[in-house]
Design a protein around this ligand. Structure first.
Ligand SMILES: Cc1cc2nc3c(=O)[nH]c(=O)nc-3n(C[C@H](O)[C@H](O)[C@H](O)COP(=O)(O)OP(=O)(O)OC[C@H]3O[C@@H](n4cnc5c(N)ncnc54)[C@H](O)[C@@H]3O)c2cc1C
Length: 339
């Protein structure tokens, strides 16, 4: 039986999740994961990796809920298994605090995470500048471990890897039956998408083993996320800023803001500073397209990029959608999805 040649462009959390989903669910496909950067050099490696989300403005809530739920259930199974330490996926409890109560106090994912509730007045006394808070238990997915773990899973499913920079999707059309575009910020160039923009994020990592609970200011700028080895302190959300070098003033501001929320951080040891560029877009693009390739006819493309600040939280859900869209491509190519 002829194998269908599928290439997934991008080896961040979005591309690797899609590559694993396709390789495991559609054995008729021979899947190549192609990227210019692999872990530990992707944006995903910089992410704090805490799993919850803000709403994307124009994606039907039902679809966002499915993305979140599929991702949560997938990560929950890992967190509850013996793979948890190697995959860097574990439970994390804490709170999100607001200076003013939000219009919607109960986000769409509140019944998917565990133990969602509002903070009591007594708990809020700790945060004198904030008037409202949500407490819950979710999952923290540390991509510096999770991506290598996913890569092994992809190789077990007979996936191939290639390190290469592509300048356009068309250039792949001669060699593959289906192209899956998970190139994040790279989609500006490879897909010519002018709606994609960088959102610079800088974080610090510190040793503070006494901290167990996360705290996130709802403005998205300040957060303290304890993990297995270190605490991630954030951050920045600088729209349109593409600097990848560490900014000393940003580091000072992060430390000052985090210490205001958690004074014991004065005793923490800083172990490093990291910068990543989130792939900003008003909404993620998860859809099919047919591209004309000069002298070669048409090629099927499935896009999956533009997850902004929540790519870790919804990557598996969008990967499941992507796999289903690839299956539709196979049907149009009159190829069986299963051998
Ligand atoms: C500081 C910070 C904190 C964050 N915290 C969280 C969090 O707590 N929770 C959460 O859910 N999300 C968080 N995020 C967001 C999350 O990191 C992103 O949404 C996610 O990493 C996007 O994944 P991606 O795979 O689309 O992109 P990337 O990780 O950037 O991967 C893109 C891939 O495409 C490849 N590529 C691009 N262009 C080309 C090309 N021309 N040729 C070949 N390959 C190409 C790259 O090499 C790379 O492999 C955070 C981000 C930052 C920066």
């Amino acid at each position: 039986m002829k194998q269908v040649k599928v290439v997934v462009v991008g080896a961040g959390v979005v591309g690797l999740s899609a590559a694993v989903c396709i390789a495991e669910a559609l054995p008729v496909c021979s899947v190549t994961l192609l990227a210019d950067k692999f872990s530990p050099d992707t944006t995903s490696d910089v992410a704090a990796g805490i799993v919850f989300a803000e709403e994307y403005p124009d994606i039907p809530l039902e679809r966002q809920r499915r993305w979140f739920q599929d991702s949560f259930e997938h990560l929950l199974a890992i967190a509850q298994s013996a793979h948890s330490p190697e995959a860097g996926v574990s439970f994390s409890s804490g709170c999100q605090i607001f200076k003013e109560p939000p219009a919607n106090k109960t986000p769409y994912w509140s019944d998917i995470v565990f133990g969602f509730r509002f903070l009591s007045e007594r708990e809020l006394n700790r945060f004198p500048c904030h008037t409202f808070g949500q407490a819950f238990t979710t999952i923290r997915c540390e991509c510096s471990r999770y991506l290598p773990w996913l890569l092994k899973r992809f190789q077990t499913a007979r996936g191939h890897m290639e390190q290469k920079k592509v300048s356009s999707l068309q250039e792949l059309g001669r060699h593959y039956d289906v192209i899956v575009n998970c190139s994040g910020l790279g989609s500006r160039a490879v897909a010519g998408d002018g709606q994609v923009y960088p959102i610079r994020g800088q974080v610090l990592r510190a040793e503070a083993p006494w901290l167990e609970h996360f705290i996130r200011d709802s403005d998205g700028n300040t957060y303290i996320y304890p993990g297995a080895q270190y605490v991630t302190l954030g951050g920045t959300r600088q729209v349109g800023d593409e600097r990848l070098q560490v900014d000393r003033r940003d580091s000072e501001s992060i430390l000052e803001r985090c210490t205001l929320l958690e004074p014991s951080l004065r005793r923490a040891w800083l172990v490093g500073e990291w910068v990543g560029l989130r792939p900003g877009r008003r909404n993620p693009r998860v859809e099919r397209e047919v591209l004309e390739v000069n002298g070669h006819g048409r090629v099927h493309v499935v896009h999956n990029y533009g997850h902004g600040g929540w790519g870790v939280s919804v990557a598996w859900g969008t990967a499941v959608d992507t796999m289903r869209l690839v299956r539709k491509c196979l049907q149009e190519l009159s190829l069986p999805a299963k051998l």
